[in-house]
Design a binder for this molecule. Structure first.
Ligand code: MG
Length: 226
């Protein structure tokens, strides 16, 4: 069980998602860096709670027998659902949110490309164990404006990703309203709102710092599998 300290309260929020719904290509410059147009409606996929790890825990690279050569970082603003959402109108979304934290949508990029080119789901490339660092704390909804937050990701101190959530193609109310037309979002579910440009590979021994202003820095080392 991962617990996030709740800002200014001294108490913790225990993560209990049934699913992590992730937006794809939700920043134009990131869609473009892989030769894609931004989608005309929210594009989403699911990660399973088994991939989650807390602030400070290692991202473990896949074992050699899986022949995965490239594992990427993707900083994202994460939204946690407080009240169940089904067919929720976009103007009622914000009152249904618990709060915000930082998520790193770790991706086996070469496996994802291979599966896409073979018209297979990209599920496995997103769901290896430890591919969902989250934290370091929860900022309650209402205390920050999620539509105007700087995101910065550094690897070993080197800047890789830097953008603002204002550049999202689909804003949080549209995302949640759209997803809730297809599936019920349960209390505790996590929405990962997409990554900006600058995604890149990780290697054994790296240290990844993912920072969102007003929330904090999610730091995770990268290790080879044992
Ligand atoms: Mg992503």
């Amino acid at each position: 069980m991962i617990e996030l300290p709740i800002e200014d309260t001294g108490s913790n929020y225990a993560l209990h998602p049934t699913k992590i719904v992730c937006l794809g290509r939700n920043y134009r410059a990131h869609a473009k860096e892989f030769g894609n147009e931004p989608p005309t409606e929210p594009l989403f996929f699911v990660k399973t709670p088994t991939c989650l790890i807390p602030h400070g825990a290692p991202i473990i690279l896949p074992p050699p027998d899986l022949c995965i050569k490239r594992v990427d970082h993707e900083i994202e603003l994460a939204v946690i659902i407080k009240h169940s959402c089904k067919n929720v109108p976009s103007n009622e979304v914000m009152e249904r949110l618990e709060g915000f934290t930082v998520f790193n949508d770790i991706t086996a990029r070469d496996l994802q490309r291979e599966d896409i080119s073979n018209k297979r789901p990209w599920f496995r490339s997103k769901n290896l164990d430890t591919f969902g660092p989250i934290g370091p704390r929860l900022v309650p909804a209402g205390s920050i404006d999620p539509g105007n937050l700087d995101l910065t990701l550094k690897v070993n101190g080197e800047l890789r990703q830097h953008a603002n959530t204002a550049a999202m193609v689909f804003k949080i109310p549209e995302q949640v309203a759209f997803i809730s037309r297809y599936m019920t979002l349960e209390p505790g579910d996590i929405i990962a709102t997409g990554t900006p440009h600058g995604v890149g590979p990780l290697a054994n021994g790296d240290v990844v710092d993912a920072t969102i202003d007003g929330i904090g820095t999610l730091e995770n080392p990268v290790t080879a599998s044992r």
